[in-house]
Design a protein around this ligand. Sequence first.
Ligand code: NAP
Length: 276
Amino acid sequence: MAEQIFPTGTLMAGKRGLIMGVANKNSIAWAIARQLAAQGAELAFTYQGDKLKRRVEPLAASVGSDTLCDCDVTNDAQMDATFQTLKDKWGKIDFLVHAIAFAGKDQLAGSFIENTTRDGFKSALDISAYSFVDAGRRASEIMNDGGAMVTLTYLGSERVIPNYNVMGVAKAALEASTRYMAADLGPRQIRVNAISAGPIKTLAAAGIGSGRHMFRFNKAAAATQDNTDPMGVAGAALYLLSDLGLSCTGETHHVDGGFHAIGMPQEDALKASMEG
Ligand code: NAP
């Protein structure tokens, strides 16, 4: 793939914020981080455990950041420490990017009704939905009025996607949480939005059964007849997190090549995708 060049400018100059969910250079959060940095934002990052630190540290350094916090979102002490670090370093922040999701591999295949366990359900909802409520509350306590938050969701919240299963339920909870958070924080002009991205090749996407079929079908059925470009997702995040997004809150914004708008794919494109 050609090197991505993120448009530079000053839309985020003077703004500081936290990026949660960079695992490697393919992470959606990393595309967003690069776009925000290219527009002048100062960034802090979370990672999970030493293995991930080794990957995230050089990426953070490449956008001028040395603020990294070890943070498993299910660990209250680490969440406390993360937001305390930001408070000590900056006093206030302006934005939060939440790009975190998890469900056990056994929960992401086959029959939803047969395979979804109580523990699997709880942990998917905890890590993939509640963590945004929790991080959003903590962020709001040190956020300047007029700040903004963004989370990442997927169409599996609205429609049945094979194998997405309990993660679809978690994403529905995440989108509803986005609306409630937007209402609570709206009087402070803090905006809270979700980006519903089409499939992108990342570690998280690799955990979902039938990945190859998903990418081929999406390419055939999207209005653009192409897969989703992470640069488009990063551009949407820039709009929602900068002052360009004023008055936009409580929204789930689709960045998926128009896949969500299509009722029936074009016959030729579908045939080609199934044969290819
Ligand atoms: P990714 O690079 O694998 O990022 C997922 C991140 O979640 C990783 O950094 C992962 O860290 C983190 N995470 C999982 N459990 C965690 C926990 N308990 N505490 C802290 N961090 C945790 O994959 P991605 O595709 O960019 O995913 C980012 C977001 O985009 C997710 O919400 C995903 O559902 C959403 N999304 C993805 C797609 C897609 O097709 N890729 C489409 C729409 C929406 P570890 O690696 O350490 O577990």
